[in-house]
Design a protein around this ligand. Structure first.
Ligand code: BG6
Length: 514
């Protein structure tokens, strides 16, 4: 029987390079991430005909849910959260091949039942399927899932063949160096590294993927990308939202673990690493690790390189919003930071002496993620030292989101008879050049995992290098409790200490939009 005869509704669903027939099993299928991101991502891949011709979905969770209810709920989630309108005919392509398995993540019997569900899917497909396990549960059960996938034999399915099973592991990957090493060792005991996909969804964002192109497909930048020409670099990942309904998770994590250790460090690695030998996943990841390992330990105590703070009451989007300590599920004496700013130094021949500032926080003035590279401004020169000339340092601003794009700040002569200058911007915006309906990060990443491309996933040594930097800081904060936790008004750009951190070196945050 031909492909089309077996799955007439799947015709055209195998446009993607070499995608094997696949069954994706989502652990934590009734959770928030599945509803908001994973199911809509699968749906949008189906819209674009990018799923393999044989594609099956099994939701796995603790809650007992009937197959039919899982399908109805999934359709409702997609309707609510997909970037594109829900179309029943497209959803049917997945729905007809979907099922749900309930069970405890640490119960071997649940994995035996899962095997039966997989066998049913394979019977329906009429051939063996590649298994892709997506672990999107709370981190407390990551290890139990990996161990049970190993014990049940599911992890070893197809190893060394085109149908090698894969596991995608959500963040947080550990909560410090020790737990990350431990999680890596559990993963290694049950899977080969080639099967493990540690996800950081920032790597799937178009603008983050573009960093490599911007830097290495535009040769004008490389001669400038170093300590001789760069004054300092600022990386901001600011959110307008508060902790919302995620207080329970967030209070055990905080801004540093939730955002800086992973997303912001990945931005740092991509913007500061040396040119990889090739575009292969291993060469790119080798360079990222080298860079992360060159970041110097943070100074703690006097002259500390880090600032932490919590949001107080304030205005967000014109509405009065509560302080962190009065949010749902947050203990009134919590010392968890909702904002963190750092000053990093990278000790290598390219960057020695160039400060890299990073900050991330919730309830800031506006949602913006950007990397700003500020170039040095010579003290002497034709226009220097003359008040008539308003000269700004040249600056390259890569806006990750929203209003994705790149801006170069230059100085220009103001037209007229007076000798005056003013800074101007050369600006490229994704929306005007490419339109605005770009794929979500999770679409790209799920597809890459299905085809086995690990370029946009984090290697075990990368996550450990990053934790090596953060663990002493987090331990010292834990010891200090609430001592040193600053407060900032919700809707502001963060605490005074973050400004002081830069002012000490004659710098100031570029509060986006100026
Ligand atoms: C997640 C964090 O990894 O990233 C959240 O856990 C945060 O707290 C989110 O809100 C931000 O992602 P994005 O894609 O909206 O910038």
């Amino acid at each position: 029987m031909s492909e089309t005869e077996r799955h007439p509704f799947l015709t055209g669903l195998s446009k993607h390079r070499g995608a094997q027939p696949t069954c994706i099993i989502i652990f934590g299928a009734s959770g928030d991430l599945a509803a908001r991101k994973l199911l809509p991502a699968l749906y949008n891949l189906a819209v674009d005909s990018l799923l393999p011709a044989d594609f099956h979905l099994i939701g796995f969770g603790r809650k007992p849910i009937a197959d039919a209810d899982f399908r109805t709920q999934s359709a409702a989630d997609i309707t609510q959260f997909s970037r594109r309108d829900f179309r029943a005919d497209i959803w049917k392509r997945i729905e007809n091949h979907s099922a749900y398995q309930s069970g405890g993540y640490d119960e071997p019997a649940a994995y035996e039942s899962l095997k039966l569900k997989i066998a049913e899917a394979e019977k329906q497909a009429g051939r063996p399927l590649q298994l892709v396990f997506y672990v999107s549960t709370p981190p407390t059960v990551f290890e139990a899932i990996l161990e049970n996938l190993g014990r049940s034999g599911l992890a070893a399915r197809g190893v060394g063949t085109a149908l090698e099973s894969k596991v995608i592991i959500e963040k947080p990957f550990g909560k410090d160096l020790k737990s990350a090493v431990q999680l890596n060792s559990v993963a290694a005991r049950n899977f080969r590294e080639s099967q493990v996909f540690r996800i950081d969804h920032y790597l799937g964002k178009e603008t983050v993927q573009d960093l490599l192109v911007l830097r290495f497909a535009n040769p004008i930048f490389e001669p400038l990308w170093n300590r001789r020409h760069v004054d300092h670099v600022q990386i901001t990942v600011a959110e307008e939202l508060g902790v919302g309904t995620r207080g329970g998770y967030y209070d055990g994590s905080g801004a540093t673990r939730d955002m800086l250790q992973n997303h912001t460090m990945q931005l740092l690695a991509l913007v500061a690493m040396d040119q990889p030998r090739s575009l292969s996943a291993e060469h790119i990841r080798d360079e990222k690790v080298k860079l992360l390992e060159a970041v110097q330990p943070l100074r703690l105590g006097v002259g500390c390189d880090a600032v932490r703070a919590q949001y107080g009451e304030g205005l967000s989007g014109g509405e009065k919003v509560p302080a962190y300590l009065t949010e749902k599920d947050i203990p009134a004496d919590s010392s968890t930071e909702t904002f963190c700013a750092l000053r990093l130094s990278i000790e290598n021949s390219r960057w020695s002496g160039v400060p890299f500032y990073m900050r991330s926080g919730k309830r800031l003035a506006r949602r913006v993620s950007e990397i700003a590279i500020q170039f040095k401004q010579p003290e002497s020169g034709l226009f220097a030292g003359d008040a008539r000339y308003d000269l700004a340092p040249n600056r390259l601003v890569i806006q990750i989101q929203p209003d994705e794009g790149t801006t170069l700040v230059l100085n220009s002569k103001v037209p007229g008879l007076e000798p005056r200058t003013q800074p101007v911007r050369l600006s490229f915006r994704y929306a005007t050049t490419y339109g605005s309906n770009t794929p979500e990060a999770y679409e790209r990443l799920i597809l890459d995992a299905i085809v086995g491309d690990r370029t946009l996933f984090i290697r075990g040594d990368e996550t450990e290098a990053s934790w090596r930097l953060f663990t002493p800081l987090l331990a010292s904060w834990q010891k200090q409790g609430r001592v040193g936790v600053e407060t900032y008004a919700a809707g502001s750009w963060g605490p005074a200490g973050a400004d002081t951190l830069l002012a000490a070196h004659g710098h100031a945050w570029r509060n986006a939009g100026r």
